[in-house]
Design a protein around this ligand. Structure first.
Ligand code: FE
Length: 209
């Protein structure tokens, strides 16, 4: 069984945003798809370790912003490479608007957003599959949606461009998660290392320095 077959599946990229009390947060996901038309429904799966998952077990509303080919790497760093448990991902960020449901959607580097009312939660082990109906949706731009392949080829910085990273001390090396871009700096990458962001294992890391 060649698990690399999984890489042949194509995905879009999205910012999933939620609000519980005064706390707003969001994460990058590649799992949103339309799953029915009558009524119109979207599903998306979220890793249980994510803070956004915790929020969506407490709240039935969320937004999904569709990332476009104009998105910069900054957007992925802000929403993908840090945890909402530790930082306020919206601090100093102005490229969003609050939708009618009170949840933000992203206005730059995106081409549409959906406001979703969660109707079902399916426990899938590592992830929960959320299925919801559409409360609102708008087109924000005519720029094509970014696929995961487009991100890998055009948005994610190339290792060659960072031959001598300034953040790697003498005698240490750098590995980057091929899935989400998270970077690990150390003498060696532990075999049992799990990406703190996307939860993929050490074998999904590549040494970039
Ligand atoms: Fe990762």
């Amino acid at each position: 069984m060649n698990t690399k077959a999984m890489y042949k599946l194509s995905y879009g990229l999205f910012v999933l945003t939620a609000k519980v009390g005064d706390k707003i947060n969001g994460c990058i996901t590649n799992t949103a798809i339309q799953v029915a038309s009558e009524p119109n429904q979207i599903s998306f799966a979220v890793n249980k370790a994510n803070y956004t998952h915790e929020m969506l077990m407490k709240s039935d509303v969320c937004n999904i912003s569709v990332i476009s080919e104009e998105a910069g790497f900054e957007l992925f760093k802000r929403f993908g490479f840090q945890s909402g448990r530790e930082v306020d991902k919206f601090a100093g960020f102005t490229d969003f608007v609050l939708a009618e449901n009170g949840v933000p959607y992203i206005t730059k580097g995106t081409n549409a957003y959906f406001s979703i009312v969660i109707k079902q939660r399916v426990d899938l082990g590592s992830h929960t599959l959320f299925i919801g109906e559409l409360a609102a949706m708008e087109v924000l731009s005519s720029v094509p949606s970014a696929t995961y392949s487009f991100y890998q080829a055009n948005i994610k910085p190339k290792p060659a461009a960072e031959a001598k990273p300034s953040d790697v001390p003498e005698g240490m090396h750098k590995w980057r998660c091929k899935i989400c871009g998270y970077e690990y700096v150390g003498v060696s990458l532990p075999e049992d290392f799990i990406c703190p962001v996307c939860k993929h294992p050490a074998e999904d890391f590549e040494q970039v320095y």
